[in-house]
Structures are given as structure tokens and as C-alpha cells.
Design a protein around this ligand. Structure first.
Ligand code: NAP
Length: 259
């Protein structure tokens, strides 16, 4: 049983949908105060309504996490309304697929802005609040795609997700002076609005290639994030955990077929 996070102030970027909403659900059950961040006001309102119905204190913030002014305002407002800032879950991201032959330099830059620059911006904006509080936690949603595996069409995505892991190593050192940790969760294939957009065939083939024979649930990532936010994880920083049902383990098609 983890020490209670009751009353802690938490921001979840991308909290309106998918994994972020799952993270928010798990943190809501732990009794935290939540700011859910996204660009789609209607989706945010639905997510806040869900958290509030479950008894949580939740609010939304419309913010493009690739824009520093918007991120700074969002983080400052969350800290003001929630009485400080304890945890930032830098989760928002997107994964449009395009092979290199068709990828434009603008596609590449857009991916880096949405997934990698946004991670840095959220951390940078949170530093003054962590410094004031004398403590803080950052949990980054990376991926197995990039740091461990590859998938045609996701060279830019994989680079952004591997970049997040590179970022947290030095960030962990710099944040230590504010008694703040930063760690990453690396999801495998998790059922979300974004993933469902890749089509039924993708989801079926993917489930067959996973030793646990199912795609992950968004709460599977939420539980890992909650652990990194807990007091019990206070001495872990700059690290990453893969949550993928064993997806990266099989060495070949034969290996997975022989289970
Ligand atoms: P999703 O269902 O499409 O949800 C993405 C969330 O991020 C939405 O709330 C979206 O809100 C928000 N978002 C995206 N770009 C944003 C921006 N510029 N500013 C503010 N909010 C933004 O995707 P998901 O599958 O949950 O993915 C969430 C994270 O998990 C991503 O970082 C992704 O790389 C990672 N991940 C997912 C999987 C998977 O299998 N699903 C696997 C590995 C890693 P709006 O669109 O409304 O702004």
C-alpha cells in the first residue's frame, strides 16, 4: 500500500483522452487535485465531469503544450488554484504515421514540438513551483517505440520518444537541487482513442504479438505513474519503466507462436 497522495496538486497534460485520462483516473482515486490539459474543450469537459463524478477535485486548462507562453500560464494557474504544485505528468503527445520518403521537414518539426519540446516546456514552467515547495515529481510518458523498437512511419515519433529519455537523464540531475525527481513510463500498445484510429487490423495483429495477449489499459500506465509520484519512489530519478505486457520480449515470430 502506497502512502496517501490525498490533496496533492497534479497536472496531467493530455488528460482529456487516452493514457492521460487513465492517469487522471488513477490519481483521482488517490484523492489528488487535478488540472487536465488539452486543446479540445469538449473532451476536457467530459474528462473533468468523469473525475468530479468520482469525487475528485478537477479542473481543465485549454493549452497547446508546444507553446511556452501557454504552458507557463497553465502551470502558474494550476499552482495558484490548487495551492501549489506537487506532480506534473507530461503525457500529451501525438503519433501521426508517415514514412520518411513522404515526410516533410515540417512533419518532423511538428512531431518534435508536440512530443519533445512540450516535455521540456512543462518541466521548465514547473521549476519555480518545485523550488518554492522544496519538492516535486515529474512523470513523462515516453514509449517503447523509438527507445526499444521501430515501426515504419514512426521515425520522427520514435526519435521524439527516445529524446524524452535522453532529456530526463540530465533533467534528473538539474532537478535534484529542487528535491524533484523525473522518471518515464514507456507504454507498449495501450487502447486509446489515438491508437484505435490506427484501425482494427493494427489492434488485432498487435495483440497477437504480445505475450500477455492483450493490449494494455490506460490505467496500466496510470498505476506506474502513480508509483513514481508516491513517497515510496522518492529515491528513484532519471529512470524508466516499460509497461507493455511483455511485447518487446519475443525474439521471433516462432518465439511468440510457441507460448
Ligand atoms: P490520444 O488518445 O490521442 O490522447 C492524446 C492526448 O494528448 C489528448 O488529450 C490530446 O488532446 C493531447 N495533446 C496532444 N497534443 C497536444 C498539444 N500540442 N497540446 C495539448 N494537448 C495535446 O493519445 P494516447 O494514446 O493517450 O497518447 C498519450 C501519450 O502516450 C503520448 O505521449 C503517446 O506518445 C504515448 N504513448 C501512447 C501509446 C499507446 O499505445 N496509446 C503507446 C506509447 C506511448 P487534444 O488533441 O484535444 O489537444
Amino acid at each position: 500500500m502506497l502512502t496517501s497522495l490525498q490533496g496533492r496538486s497534479v497536472i496531467v497534460t493530455g488528460g482529456s483522452k487516452g493514457i492521460g485520462r487513465g492517469i487522471a483516473r488513477v490519481f483521482a482515486r488517490a484523492g489528488v487535485k487535478l488540472t487536465l490539459v488539452g486543446r479540445d474543450q469538449a473532451a476536457l469537459a467530459a474528462a473533468v465531469a468523469e473525475m468530479t463524478a468520482a469525487g475528485a477535485i478537477a479542473r481543465s486548462a485549454v493549452c497547446d503544450v508546444s507553446d511556452y507562453d501557454q504552458v507557463r500560464r497553465m502551470v502558474d494557474a494550476a499552482a495558484e488554484v490548487q495551492g501549489g504544485l506537487d506532480v506534473v505528468c507530461a503525457n500529451a503527445g501525438s503519433f501521426p504515421q508517415v514514412k520518411m520518403v513522404d515526410m516533410t521537414p515540417e512533419d518532423w518539426d511538428q512531431m518534435m514540438a508536440n512530443n519533445l519540446r512540450s516535455t521540456f516546456l512543462c518541466v521548465k514552467a514547473a521549476i519555480p513551483h518545485f523550488e518554492r515547495a522544496g519538492k516535486g515529481r515529474v512523470i513523462v510518458t515516453s514509449s517503447i517505440t523509438g527507445p526499444v523498437t521501430g515501426y515504419p512511419g514512426w521515425s520522427h515519433y520514435g526519435a521524439s520518444k527516445a529524446g524524452q529519455l535522453g532529456f530526463i537523464k540530465t533533467a534528473a540531475m538539474e532537478l535534484s537541487r529542487y528535491n524533484t525527481t523525473i522518471n518515464a513510463v514507456m507504454p507498449g500498445n495501450i487502447v486509446t482513442e489515438g491508437l484505435e484510429g490506427l484501425g482494427e487490423d493494427y489492434l488485432k495483429t498487435m495483440a497477437a504479438s504480445i505475450p500477455l495477449k492483450r493490449l494494455g489499459a490506460v490505467e496500466d500506465i496510470g498505476h506506474a505513474a502513480l508509483f513514481f509520484a508516491s513517497d515510496e519512489a522518492a529515491y528513484i530519478t532519471g529512470q524508466q519503466i516499460i509497461v507493455d505486457g511483455g511485447q518487446i520480449l519475443p525474439e521471433s515470430l516462432e518465439a511468440i507462436a510457441s507460448i
